[in-house]
Write a protein that binds this ligand. Structure first.
Ligand code: DON
Length: 314
């Protein structure tokens, strides 16, 4: 189906209407107190296409904690800093285990399976720290996100960051465990300071879809025409999103949606239809793998109606 024949505006509206009626909305994450207070009734969706048009519906302009979706952007920055050397410290295989699992790390001697599980993202934070202090890394990260979004209002929610720090015992364990294997090079509190602040970035669906545009275009920022990453790197980041972006639910997401995507425990999902669209959905209720229940359903309906799955229409 060609892009122009898809009435995107009405499809997005229809899906948002359907999601209002959904019975099973999943359960809002409660392990970070600040996230537990968000209403499960939110649903928002935004689609930016190759012409720069943005179609939105529902709560597309309500900011939420994008959490693990930031792992895509932090990885992009770290690859820019150290290139393929990053892959000596982090793998590229699906983990098949929960996002915060520690068991695999023992067998694999402190090298996390991929950059999208917590352990892998913590190593990425440690790599970003190589030449800087935590506040500088966070500043750079924020600037990067504002540049990609084309919106200087994007900000870190300091209350969420504090809540993460006060309750992130598993992340502290993961970081210390990897430090014991020599795969964390900085004091654990500095590395985690970067990680917790990064996770606490607030964005709305519209901003998030805009931030993902460089992955839709093969690496170019449509606002400036400048390259953010090479086409090869964009393609490889998308491959990781497809295989690892939903933790132990990645196979299920590929089966149902068939787009590279990255979820966050705040209920957001960024999905990319290469050369077609950058899509953000948000609904805070999660399924049993920690991925947005209605976000996944909405994307499934979208690909059914547009034929955008990378595996073909149907
Ligand atoms: O590490 C954590 O607990 C969170 N700050 C990020 C987790 C996350 O979003 C995992 N997602 N599904």
């Amino acid at each position: 189906m060609s892009m122009n024949s898809v009435p995107l505006g009405s499809i997005v509206q229809e899906i948002a209407e359907e999601m209002k009626l959904a019975g099973d909305r999943g359960a809002v994450a409660d392990y970070i107190p600040q996230l537990a207070s968000v209403s499960p009734w939110h649903f928002g969706m935004a689609i930016v296409d190759m012409d720069g048009e943005c179609h939105v519906a529902g709560d597309a302009q309500v900011p939420f904690s994008i959490q693990s979706i930031t792992k895509v952007f932090a990885l992009t920055m770290a690859l820019g800093a150290v290139g393929d050397a990053l892959w000596h410290r982090v793998g590229r295989e699906p983990s098949g285990s929960a996002f915060n699992s520690i068991v695999q790390l023992e067998w694999e001697r402190g090298i996390p399976r991929n950059p999208f599980i917590n352990a892998g993202a913590i190593v990425v934070s440690d790599i970003l720290l190589s030449h800087y202090e935590p506040a500088e890394v966070i500043g750079e990260f924020l600037q990067f996100m504002r540049m990609l979004t084309g919106d200087d209002s994007v900000a870190i929610d300091q209350i969420v960051a504090r809540s993460e720090r006060d309750t992130g015992f598993r992340n502290v364990a993961l970081a210390n465990y990897m430090r014991a294997f020599g795969n964390i090079h900085h004091p654990v509190d500095k590395t985690l300071g970067v990680y917790f602040h990064q996770c606490s970035l607030s964005m709305d669906c519209r901003q998030l879809a805009r931030a993902g545009r460089f992955l839709m275009t093969g690496g170019r920022n449509p606002d400036t025409g400048l390259s953010v990453v090479t086409p090869q790197r964009a393609r490889r980041i998308l491959a990781l999103m497809m295989t690892c972006g939903h933790y132990d639910g990645s196979g299920e997401f590929a089966h149902r949606v068939g787009l590279p995507g990255k979820s966050g425990v705040g209920g957001g999902i960024l999905a990319i239809a290469p050369r077609i669209a950058s899509i953000a959905v948000w609904s805070p209720g999660l399924n049993d793998r920690g991925n947005s229940q209605l976000g996944t359903l909405a994307l499934e309906r979208l690909v059914q109606r547009t034929g955008w799955s990378v595996f073909g229409p149907g």
